[in-house]
Design a protein around this ligand. Structure first.
Ligand SMILES: *[C@@H]1O[C@H](CO)[C@@H](O)[C@H](O)[C@H]1NC(C)=O
Ligand SMILES: *[C@@H]1O[C@H](CO)[C@@H](O)[C@H](O)[C@H]1NC(C)=O
Ligand SMILES: *[C@@H]1O[C@H](CO)[C@@H](O)[C@H](O)[C@H]1NC(C)=O
Ligand SMILES: *[C@@H]1O[C@H](CO)[C@@H](O)[C@H](O)[C@H]1NC(C)=O
Length: 450
């Protein structure tokens, strides 16, 4: 059975964050080009509660404060408020303590919104530099907006991309770059929705048969699919397939909602940097077994996920879509716990995937582990990456050095200088991998001097 949840990109308020687009009226969050200090842009947040909700107070929260490379480390940073932002500053939460989604501890700040009696709107306006920012509204959270007991509400005027209502806890706003105020190295317009909308691919969500699955119904499991614009227009054409996994606590809509992967793909395909590619976003929860069943052995759980995907999802994808079915046209990437899953795919399904991108992975097999003796590693296009302030930074470096020790020198990497374990880092890694690596025939022992 297919869930008919075909979600066209155009439905999602993607105009948000476009220079010159400010046609929103009251009750809608909008991005405004002020052309003024500090950043040239403001986001005017407006929350109009539904008729049954009568808040006493509403806090806008979810994004990090700003800091700079001089003062930031994993454990502390200068905390710069939005209106004090200068061109060297970037948004960071630091990931010393892994936060629950939307409740990211001490390096995020909540802003008490103002009630407008004439409109019934709660409003707050903040300057933002270029980039993608996740946020939510926290209604009547007397124990503190960041308390786990406080449920964030996504922005009704800018809903997240969800497979099912409630999948995503945060809305996403994209803010353009203004060269008069911001540094060229922090221009994130490259993640924006491609214009016109007719040039974009599509996102849809489906269910496939997965024996043992407990969600959304017995023996059925959800999956997200991105199809490039060209898909279906060229008779008989097959496409390569990229799988992108969420991380711990995540879901199959994360890469589309928080990561804006579709914008990155649309643009790189349009600019000729990437072959039109089908994207699969699987979901490693509720498959009928849990990580807890495997105790502290993350990789035993991941290996079970690997087996499950290869048994049920891979054949489903390859029989439902016009795609290649050989390893050189299959890629797997994932972040955090999904980075661990990517390592499992690399080591335990090496003959399935021709390319992998291991992002911000939890600690993998140590250098010298016999798993690195796999000669197929030299036939795999391997990418790695993390944020500079990412608590997994060292695990990614350990993985690189373990590959080097095994004589596997063809790997390439992207360390994002302005991010931690978050959705500033992963879209950047995806962009670099897709632009310079994926399907570019660089597999195998690398030429040149190492
Ligand atoms: C109104 O919003 C609240 C908070 O998000 C939600 O719990 C409730 O279900 C909503 N009611 C309606 C009628 O949509
Ligand atoms: C917002 O206002 C409420 C009610 O006055 C107060 O309890 C809370 O501490 C304030 N929160 C923030 C983040 O300023
Ligand atoms: C590969 O599979 C073996 C055997 O199940 C397991 O011990 C190992 O942890 C797996 N490797 C990874 C990286 O998941
Ligand atoms: C990869 O290739 C290099 C160069 O040919 C070789 O020295 C190394 O042993 C190979 N590594 C593996 C794991 O097969």
């Amino acid at each position: 059975m297919w869930l008919q949840l075909a979600l066209l990109l155009a439905q999602f308020g993607f105009a948000l964050g476009h220079p010159g687009v400010s046609s929103y009226s009251h009750q809608k969050t909008e991005v405004i080009h002020t052309g003024k200090r500090p950043t040239g842009y403001e986001v005017s947040f407006k929350f109009h509660p539904n008729a049954t909700t009568h808040p006493t107070f509403v806090v806008l929260g979810g994004f990090g404060l700003y800091t700079n490379t001089r003062t930031a480390s994993l454990s502390k940073m200068e905390q710069i408020l939005p209106w004090d932002w200068t061109p060297e500053d970037f948004s960071l939460r630091t990931s010393v303590q892994l936060p629950a989604p939307g409740t990211n501890g001490k390096y995020t700040k909540g802003f008490n919104m103002t009630y407008d009696h004439s409109t019934g709107d709660w409003t707050y306006t903040l300057p933002f530099p270029s980039g993608t920012f996740n946020y939510a509204y926290y209604v009547d959270c007397w124990q503190g907006w960041a308390s786990p007991n406080c449920t964030p509400i996504t922005d009704p005027s800018n809903p997240p991309i969800e497979r099912a209502k409630g999948d995503q806890l945060l809305s996403t706003v994209q803010v353009p770059w203004d060269g008069q105020f911001q540094s060229p190295s922090m221009n994130y317009d490259k993640y924006f929705p491609l214009q016109p909308a007719s040039k974009r691919g599509s996102i849809s969500f489906h269910v496939y048969r997965s024996p043992g699955s407990i969600y959304p119904s017995k023996d059925e499991h959800p999956v997200g699919i991105y199809l490039p614009r060209e898909y279906g227009t060229v008779q008989g054409k097959k496409y390569p397939v990229l799988w992108l996994s969420h991380g711990g606590g995540g879901t199959d809509s994360d890469w589309f909602s928080q990561g804006r992967a579709q914008n990155i793909l649309d643009r790189l395909i349009d600019e000729g940097h990437l072959e039109p590619t089908v994207v699969v976003t699987p979901n490693f929860y509720d498959l009928g077994f849990t990580q807890q069943q495997f105790g502290t052995d993350t990789y035993a759980f991941m290996d079970k996920v690997r087996e499950n995907y290869l048994n049920y999802l891979l054949p489903w994808v390859e029989s439902h879509y016009s795609v290649y079915t050989d390893r050189t046209h299959r890629a797997f990437g994932g972040l955090s716990l999904g980075g661990a899953l990517t390592l499992t795919m690399l080591f335990n399904a090496t003959d399935t995937w021709g390319s992998v991108c291991v992002m911000s992975n939890v600690q993998g097999p140590a250098a010298g582990d016999p798993q690195y003796n796999n000669p197929m590693l030299n036939q795999t296009d391997i990418w790695t990456g993390a944020g500079f302030y990412d608590f997994t930074f060292q695990y990614v470096r350990d993985f690189q050095e373990a590959l080097t020790a095994a004589g596997v020198l063809g790997y390439q990497s992207e360390f994002y200088p302005y991010g931690d374990h978050d959705w500033h880092t992963w879209p950047d890694i995806l962009w670099v991998w897709l632009k310079y690596g994926l399907w570019k025939d660089k597999v195998g022992p690398i030429k040149g001097i190492y």
